[in-house]
Design a protein around this ligand. Sequence first.
Ligand SMILES: [Zn+2]
Length: 453
Amino acid sequence: MQELKLRPYQTDALHRTREAFRSGYRRPLVVLPCGAGKTVLFAYMASQSQARGKTVWFLVHRRELLDQTIATFKRFGIPLRTIHIGMVATYANHPERYPKPDFIIFDEAHFSMAATWQKLINLYPDVYIVGLTATPCRLDGKPLGTTYDTMVVGISTRELIQQGYLSNYRYFAPSVADLSGLKRKGSDFDPESAAELLMQRAVYGDVIGNYRKYANGLQTICYCSSIKHSMAMAEEFQKAGINAVHFDGNTPKAERTRIVQDFRDKKIQILCNVDLISVGFDVPDCWCCILLRPTMSTALAIQQAGRALRPQPGKTAIILDHVGNYTRHGLPDDSREWSLDSKLPQHKEYKADGTLAVTQCPECFFTFPSGSDHCPNCGAEIKKTRQEIRNIKKIHMEEIKRQYRQKTAAAVHEKSDISECRNMSEVMAWCKQNGKKPGYGYYYARSKGMIRA
Ligand SMILES: [Zn+2]
């Protein structure tokens, strides 16, 4: 048994969650990055509620997460007297089988808007709820604010890296196929059409070549676009003499366990999959991620790349993004502003000053937050792109226009009568300031010959 000792940032998140309840909120959504130890933290919170005689439901949405959560409670010797750990679907279908909760903890709370979750939430409108998530956004961008009433945002990924709780990483983004014409399906890219583009001989060659160049021999998780694509990718790695294995949700459990063990023992270098890992499947540590699944989902992008960041002595993770996910979602430790109320703001490819938020070195594909004239990896010179130059010019023009508008407004401010206005823009500004409709201004301007009739 392990002693449950919270890290300082976990204690902080716990205090702030309690503070939220004390301030009258009933359903805080707690945001902590992947690898911050959310389960441990809320196992602790559940055990404290249990000690006060409260009934707690700790609900997850996948079998693998259920096993992991139970294992966490066991590891810290937390007895399950009035704590019930289960699957959301099971509890939603048969709530009568369990004692009524005082308090529900939802893991992976970004799924909260799904019908089964809503059924459960509506069944107990008075029960206190805590939602846990690393990515408080839904793929379709609809807000979570109808379920949760406040948000507790804990430590950031960057701080976790700085404090050594996550490993540092290097991000390379060599593109291997032209994905510009990718079809959409619902709110994300069509995975089949992506797989089609990525299942070409030359692409396989480039993926393998880049693995050799940047991550040769490292334990790697490779995210593919479809099962067929994942199987084919594993086969191509094998042909190249690299031991890779495909697995998916249909792989029998015993075989999955064996594959994971072989990966731990380094008999297998590369695990190819579609989405098994990103939803919380407890795969052991990896040092490299290969991204071959373009996505519009920030949650998915963060979870996939985040897999490589579990700390190990001496580790600097390698992320090979072959599908440009960084252009849509930024780097794994970019700071993000989450909101319960609105659609998640799309990652801005360009900063407010018109330059790219993330720069990619044209020589070595190293990808890093903009601001440097030279690549931090190879020293190559970084020039501004044509689009950046255009953006900067446009921003400059808009500043001039704004200054002009402000000057006009200031000048008009002193005019007490419309007859003092000398041109159309002054007339319109005067109308605005004096509560006159634009039509009045047009009529006046026309009568004075400032505009043609
Ligand atoms: Zn470089």
